[in-house]
Design a protein around this ligand. Structure first.
Ligand SMILES: *Cc1c(COP(=O)(O)O)cnc(C)c1O
Length: 417
């Protein structure tokens, strides 16, 4: 029998609730002390305070139908979209705030599908070709939308292999995807090459900049080498870029962009056969949290270009300390040449699954990778204070893995996503 809790007969006061919640979170991953590898992207306490205040100010307002109900939210959303379009070099772009990277990808694939129905009617069982390193949401969205995903192995540099992707194109192919950066390895795919292939075959090209979109422009401006990845590349049709990752906004906030209105028009859902009349909505959700829009607006205006540059400069310096420290441990190597703040590392000398287990035992919630075996980390501010501690524990974990590894059968690695 399932033992279900019943709704309390009498309500409880805030003090009691706060105490209970404080107690419940005691066993959580301690991201404030940098124990996490992704899941939380933190830009500091000051920014968190701004985010929190701006969020609660519009927490009861509904972001659905913003043009008709809450002009405030409409003004803020338009401004956030303007900022994003500017950063991603898309002067004529149409964009929307969504609930997250997954929704941005969903609606972009929906647009690509409906575009293809008009432009590529020959594709009866539409396929999308993506690199092996692409986010699982492409498969999830394809499953919902009646599309097929073809994953193609990445090159030796862990980037999408444009030539191999071109070979995978058939008459059913409607779109290509590249990431900037991809989640597992933190490298920018060769978007210019993918765009040439897309042009040659008249395909839609989506760039998934969920985790890189709001850091790459600043890292590039700071002088680090970042290949072109956005609408500056002709042929890029749509992009997803998360504000709730390196935009340092509240969770539940991403953006999606289309190069121009003639592509963007395929995103909204339009319907009128019910008692309330016309329902036209670009998003998956109808009711939308006003707070995520107001928090994004406040954070972006608070940081400004200067703030983002400062934060990224600090984070990129910290990243170098991680990279140097990892490289200095015998047997470990960094995968590829990551451009931004995600770093992945592996080994040919011992089982990375053993390293991950030992790190986990030492209370680091590492991002385990299964194929190839490795560990990834998405760096943000809480990781700064623990660089030394992390590297010391990593070095000890490697020593242990070297000993444990001899003659042992490799076990399955558990996913930590
Ligand atoms: C995080 C991420 C996603 C999914 O975004 P959510 O906000 O978690 O839904 C998709 N693609 C990439 C590259 C990501 O980093």
């Amino acid at each position: 029998m399932i033992m279900r809790k019943t709704l309390p007969k009498k309500g409880r006061g805030w003090r009691d609730l706060e105490k209970r919640m404080g107690h419940m979170r005691k066993g959580d991953m301690d991201w404030r002390r940098g124990r996490h590898s992704f899941h939380v992207w933190y830009g500091g306490d000051g920014l968190f305070e701004i985010q929190k205040r701006a969020y609660t100010m519009f927490m009861q307002e509904n972001g659905g139908g913003v043009g008709r109900t809450f002009m405030s939210l409409k003004i803020m959303e338009d401004e956030v979209i303007d900022f994003g379009a500017g950063l991603l070099h898309a002067p004529k772009a149409v964009g929307h705030i969504t609930s997250g990277g997954s929704e941005s990808i969903f609606v972009a694939l929906k647009a690509a599908r409906d575009w293809a129905r008009v432009k590529r009617p020959g594709a009866r069982r539409p396929e999308v070709v993506i690199p092996y390193s692409g986010h699982p949401t492409f498969n999830r969205a394809a499953d919902y939308l009646g599309l097929t995903i073809k994953r193609v192995a990445v090159g030796a540099d862990y980037r999408a292999d444009a030539a191999a992707m071109e070979k995978a194109i058939t008459r059913n192919t409607i779109a290509l995807v590249g990431s900037a950066v991809c989640f597992p390895f933190g490298v920018v795919d060769p978007i210019r090459d993918l765009a040439r292939v897309a042009k040659r075959h008249s395909l839609w090209l989506h760039v998934d900049a969920c985790v890189g979109g709001y850091t790459a422009p600043f890292v590039k401006k700071l002088g680090y080498p970042v290949p072109d990845f956005d609408f500056a590349v002709p042929g890029v049709c749509s992009m997803s870029a998360d504000l709730h990752k390196y935009g340092f906004c509240a969770k539940g906030t991403s953006t999606v962009f289309y190069r121009n209105p003639s592509l963007a028009k395929y995103q909204p859902f339009d319907f009128k056969d019910w008692p309330q009349g016309r329902f036209e909505c670009p998003n998956v959700a109808s009711t939308r949290p006003g707070g995520s829009i107001s928090a994004a607006w406040a954070v972006m205006n608070h940081l400004g270009e200067e703030g983002y540059l400062k934060l990224n400069k600090r984070l990129m310096r910290m990243r170098q300390r991680y990279i140097n420290g990892i490289k200095a441990i015998d047997g470990l190597y960094i995968r590829g040449e990551p451009e931004l703040l995600i770093v992945s590392y592996g080994s040919d000398a011992f089982d990375m699954g053993d390293v991950a287990d030992e790190m986990q035992r030492r209370k680091w919630f590492v991002g385990s990778q299964v194929n190839p075996r490795g560990i990834m980390i998405g760096l943000s501010l809480p990781h700064e204070a623990v660089v030394g501690e992390y590297l010391d524990d990593l070095s000890r974990s490697v020593t242990k893995a070297k000993k444990a590894g001899k003659g042992k059968r490799r076990r399955a690695v558990r996913s930590t996503y």
